[in-house]
Design a protein around this ligand. Structure first.
Ligand code: MN
Length: 489
């Protein structure tokens, strides 16, 4: 993977003479430099687009560059859009149209016809918008003054979504064993996801993992135990069990890294030769940015890896999650999310504890060690990618996480409690109508707008359950989506 930079391509034309073009270029460079200082990834000034060939050349270069994660365009002056057609029709990278202008204010005394000719983004960006619409190209449109914090935040978020596109297009998923028997929603078309999203989803034998585990040295385990001790409170005397998880983590990480995989799945139904389902092992791998899905759910595993990469600092607070049970008391309606072991500590409110408990599900000979904690408070989303046959649908719901309203001292796993939008039961009706899975990615720092941008760039269906959603509205939207996507195919 490249270093994730974005290219700034600014539209103009020869009509106004060389001096105007020099000014446009100087200003474009200044804007790229100032924006790069505040954005999560560099915005690199590339060229002033003034000819069909020049624009096509820079777009070809963008397509083939490993570093370029997308292009940002803006028309400082008028830039006739037929010049952009041969380039834009070849564009394979994410595109953001930043409709801005160099100056914030109309200068009352200074303004004359020269000023108007130089600063005519208001109509240049409309011509540019037309060709995007005419070519039916997926693009993000952000309008506003480029030095405003709100505009910069939206551009930053779009950049992160575009990084999610790059991560997706290079993602490899390692499956240890198949999906859990008889489960429908964790299935999916691996050819379709590779064609559409770029994911390489392949299987490795659990026996190969066991072989790798047996080759892990005691010294390697000691080293990882020191990291566990530094980051977590050890709340068990069963150290051998923790060491076994360390062995599992080291072996899985070696196999993942050897294949360049950033996501993995496993299932409790296939632990042949293993004493414990990886719990702490999977949790600590997730904390390092690897995606994970339980019960062989490779789609949620891949989405976890992508959303982690989209989040703050390139490894945000995003976690594999499962809707477990509800609190249906009127006025206190909450979802309780958890998993049988594997919740990522990136969403923990405090220092996680390592505990060992019996796990009845699966073929565990020993009590697996796992991290136990409460999720933090804050606005978040849950996301589920499903295969609806012939296409993929991404469902995102807005939620608000709370400190769990009760301590639940006998619950042996990490837990997150939240209020779903628009409310618990209406939200459940919307979610079930849309076919959303019980497995999700819960994220505190990836927004619904970022996921919508990502879905648009990946060309997949997007359904958003918000504070304003109703089951009737969702049903109608899904019906129209079905018609539209079937026509599109
Ligand atoms: Mn599950």
């Amino acid at each position: 993977m490249g270093k994730h930079e974005f290219w700034f391509v600014v539209g103009s034309q020869f009509l106004y003479g060389p001096e105007v073009l020099e000014t446009v270029e100087a200003r474009a460079k200044e804007m790229a430099e100032k924006l790069s200082a505040v954005l999560p990834h560099p915005l690199v000034f590339k060229t002033i687009g003034v000819t069909c060939q020049g624009i096509e050349d820079v777009i070809r270069e963008a397509n083939y560059s490993n570093d370029c994660a997308g292009i940002v365009t803006w028309c400082h002056t008028f830039s006739p859009s037929k010049m952009w057609i041969n380039g834009l029709t070849k564009l394979q990278k994410p595109w953001c149209h930043l409709a801005t202008q160099y100056n914030r204010e109309i200068p009352n005394e200074e303004i004359d016809m020269d000023f108007m000719n130089l600063n005519q983004a208001a109509h240049g960006d409309r011509e540019h918008g037309f060709i995007g619409a005419r070519l039916r190209m997926p693009r993000k449109v952000i309008a506003g003054y480029w030095e405003d914090a709100k505009v910069q935040k939206r551009l930053a978020d779009w950049m992160k979504a575009a990084v999610g596109v790059d991560v997706s297009r290079h993602l490899k998923v390692m499956r240890f064993g198949d999906n859990m028997r008889e489960v429908a929603v964790t299935e999916g078309d691996k050819v379709e996801v590779q064609a559409k999203l770029g994911w390489q989803v392949n299987t490795w034998a659990v026996g190969d993992l066991v072989k790798e585990m047996n080759a892990v040295s005691e010294a390697e385990v000691d080293e990882l135990m020191a990291i566990y001790e530094a980051n977590y409170d050890i709340a068990t005397d069963n150290i051998a069990t923790i060491r076994y998880q360390a062995r599992e983590e080291i072996a899985m990480k070696k196999m993942l890294d050897a294949e360049g995989c950033k996501a993995f799945s496993n299932t409790f139904q296939d632990l042949y030769g293993m004493e414990q389902l990886p719990g702490l092992a999977s949790q600590h791998l997730m904390a390092q940015g690897y995606g994970y899905g339980g019960e062989g759910d490779w789609k949620v595993s891949a989405m976890t890896a992508i959303m982690k990469a989209m989040g703050e600092g390139g490894n945000g607070a995003s976690a594999f999650m499962e809707d477990y049970t509800y609190h249906l008391v009127e006025g206190q309606e909450y979802s309780l999310g958890a998993h049988m072991l594997e919740v990522c500590p990136s969403v923990a409110a405090g220092k996680p504890r390592i505990e060992t408990h019996h796990l009845g599900i699966g073929m565990n000979e020993k009590d697996p060690a796992r991290l136990v904690f409460e999720g933090k408070e804050g606005d978040a989303i849950v996301a589920s990618l499903i295969d609806v046959g012939g296409r993929l649908r991404l469902i995102v719901q807005d939620i608000h996480c709370v400190k769990p309203i009760m301590p639940m001292p006998n619950l042996p796993v990490a837990r997150v409690m939240w209020q779903a939008m628009p409310d618990l039961t209406t939200g459940v009706e919307c979610w079930i109508t849309a076919g959303g899975a019980h497995h999700t990615v819960l994220s505190y720092d990836v927004t619904a707008e970022m996921m919508k941008d990502w879905a648009r760039m990946m060309d997949i269906e997007f359904v958003h359950i918000t504070k304003d959603s109703t089951p009737d509205g969702i049903e109608k939207e899904l019906f129209l989506n079905d018609l539209a996507w079937n026509l599109k195919r």
